[in-house]
Design a protein around this ligand. Sequence first.
Ligand code: HEM
Length: 556
Amino acid sequence: MLLDFTDFGASWTSACLSIFCVFTFSVFLYGWHPITWWRLRNIPGPRGRWLMGNLPEIIPAGPHEVYSQWAQKYGKVFKYFAGAQPVVVINDAEMARLVSLRLSTRPQARNPATLMPPKEAAFQRNGLFSTNDKEYHRSMKHAWLPVFNSASLEISSKEMNIGAERLAAVLTKFAKQGKEVNIWRQFGYMTMDVVGTTAFGVELRTQEGEKGLNSEEAERLVWAAQTIFATSSVKASIYTQPGALMPFLDPLMRVLARYFPDAGLRTAMKARHILRSTVADLVRETREREAAGVVTAAKATEPGAAPTVGEARKRARGVQPGSFLNLMINSKHEASGRAVTNDEATAQAFTFLLAGYETTASALAFTIYTLAKHPEKTEKLIQEIDSVGRNASIGPAELARMPYLDACLKESMRLYPPGHITPRQPINEDFTVKGYSIPKGTWIHMPIFTLQRSEEYYSKPLEFIPERWVEGTPEETALNKKVPGSWMAFGEGTRSCVGQRFALQEAKITLARLFQRFTFRLSPGQEDEAGLQLQSFFTLGPKEGIFVTPVLRTEE
Ligand code: HEM
């Protein structure tokens, strides 16, 4: 009997056609996320585009701007889609605080690390910021805390004064030539210097024209840290982007990324490798020396344990006694008593450097910006600083006598919070807050930038009025409604910023040391926010920088 190939061909074609139609319909349906939409139907929000969701609105302007507009249109709680990812935004101080206190898991950022081999990805998750393992997080946070106790902060205040003095030397050159400087960038070099020394006990000496003993190693570390920061977004590699729209493509992207990495991914991996291997070498050498009885590691909690700058200069390599890394490698997990591994210690030092460098630089740059726009407030601040000591080194005792400095920084961080969103994600079960049911997997964003500029919590919310933070002033009573959760620049709850005391001390010492010597003239065109241009991807910062001309006070 002969086979009828005409029939077979027809049924084959119709089968293919059916598969194609089902596939196309599924992709079409998938692009509207109908199930998630249905589950979030009681929360209003903008209708996004097919597959892309609201990314086309969010990406160009940045969440800080778009959230403010959507809050006006949809109210305090709204939803949107970042590609396939549902996001619920909570723009209510009380609720935001409640969520931060009750939920302790954070979404994993989609960046090149998402595509890296499992070992590398696991290393990334070991950092205090990224981990969602509750027990491990508790244990690690406990291990971090001694670096921020009063004795350690007294010690690090010396490094901070040195960092500020080096910066002042750089700014003096600009002042003498009457030239403008991108103060944001300079603060970046300085904070990198300070966190680098604190984290590793290795002098990075990143500020202009400086060469430390460890300069080659330091330069590699600085390049690596800056590159990791610059490549920490979904835009860094072509392979991270498809998964933002269709997460089921991630396994395929991981394979492609492994065999055909693009330039963005290669750079990101190189930077991570440098940072990781440099730190791992430092840790290994120190462990070997300790085993041989050459160095007895001191604890950071012991006053005077941190190296003086002179000492640090003499040491070419190894983890310095008193540094954060030294503290980490001598720590044990609280519950199990297990020693912290090299990889865990390295991941913490890595986190310390990344979390502590750009945030503090932006907070400083925005404070210079707001003060430069308000000479009368600068004048008041200078009077306070001079009354404590015009050329004096500044430590915790001096800072305690500068309430107006504290108020200026707090007010500037209200208007320009570098950590502009506190994110959370219910991972294992749905989450309910004040009658809103939020399905597990949804990202929850507390938009600190929008909250801190709300008329509901502050009168004249867009004006820079430091007095609203000074106890006993009429402004404090009239302009600050003191609603819990309305100032959350360092977050709230178990995941709040571990480096808050360190960051505030560093910022205040730097500001005091600079205003002892300079005032700052804002370059034209930045007077309003349209001229300033903010960017808010990972953190909130100025897009290009903040440009000022330092003016030596003796020449005023
Ligand atoms: C002005 C500077 C800084 C700002 C504005 C800032 C802001 C923040 C914010 C908003 C969070 C998230 C809080 C939450 O989710 O509730 C955070 C977390 C964190 N910050 Fe900072 N930070 C600053 C400086 C630093 C410094 C200097 C360090 C380290 C030395 C640091 C280390 C961390 C770490 C490790 C976390 C994660 C904590 C955890 O998950 O338990 N930050 N920071």
